[in-house]
Write a protein that binds this ligand. Structure first.
Ligand SMILES: Cc1cc2nc3c(=O)[nH]c(=O)nc-3n(C[C@H](O)[C@H](O)[C@H](O)COP(=O)(O)O)c2cc1C
Length: 161
């Protein structure tokens, strides 16, 4: 059985970690994107993304391929938006709730400051899980490389196996 890394990224930080994790544990990478993309610059970026996250929006996604029978573990990768996980991840979970129930779940989140802890609690709530197989929060790993990140990613990947 395999692991799937399901992620959404706006500006590449989450993508970088998704690729590292997938390579380390030989996982399939599944990038999800909303059909109507969010503004990614200036005030509009924070206003519309933040509003959508706070409102619990479930934006329609572009078609993606997720064959649940292939996987025993699903890793979610998401930026933190307004102290929660991103709306495309909410849509994916909603669309796949039944098939996710027998999977091990792990999550990594990218943030610029704070809110990841709260976001993990919210993610666990919609997944109806008390615990996750592994969890990791990193600070803008692409934009602000940090020598400690590699060790933390390695530890996260070990917990997945
Ligand atoms: C709409 C929006 C809301 C955000 N809210 C938070 C937040 O609550 N806490 C935080 O630390 N970073 C916040 N950020 C910053 C991102 O989580 C952070 O830069 C992340 O690394 C971006 O990941 P990406 O490059 O994969 O899109 C926000 C960014 C956006 C666009």
């Amino acid at each position: 059985m395999k692991t799937a890394v399901v992620y959404y990224t706006m500006s590449g930080n989450t993508k970088l970690i998704a690729e590292k994790v997938a390579e380390a544990v030989n996982a399939d990478l599944i990038e999800i994107s909303p059909k109507n993309t969010y503004p990614d610059k200036g005030f509009r970026k924070f206003f519309w993304g933040g509003k959508s996250a706070v409102m619990g929006d479930k934006p329609e996604l572009l078609p993606y391929e997720f064959l649940p029978d292939k996987y025993d573990t699903v890793v979610f990768g998401t930026p933190v938006w307004a102290s929660t996980f991103t709306p495309p991840i909410r849509t994916f979970i909603e669309e796949n709730k039944a098939v996710l129930s027998d999977k091990d779940i792990a999550v990594f989140m990218c943030q610029s400051g704070a809110g990841g802890d709260k976001a993990i609690i919210k993610l666990k709530k919609i997944l109806e899980r008390d615990t996750l197989k592994a969890q990791l929060i990193l600070v803008d790993p692409k934009d602000k490389p940090n020598s400690e990140n590699d060790g933390r990613i390695e530890e996260f990947c070990k917990a997945l196996q």
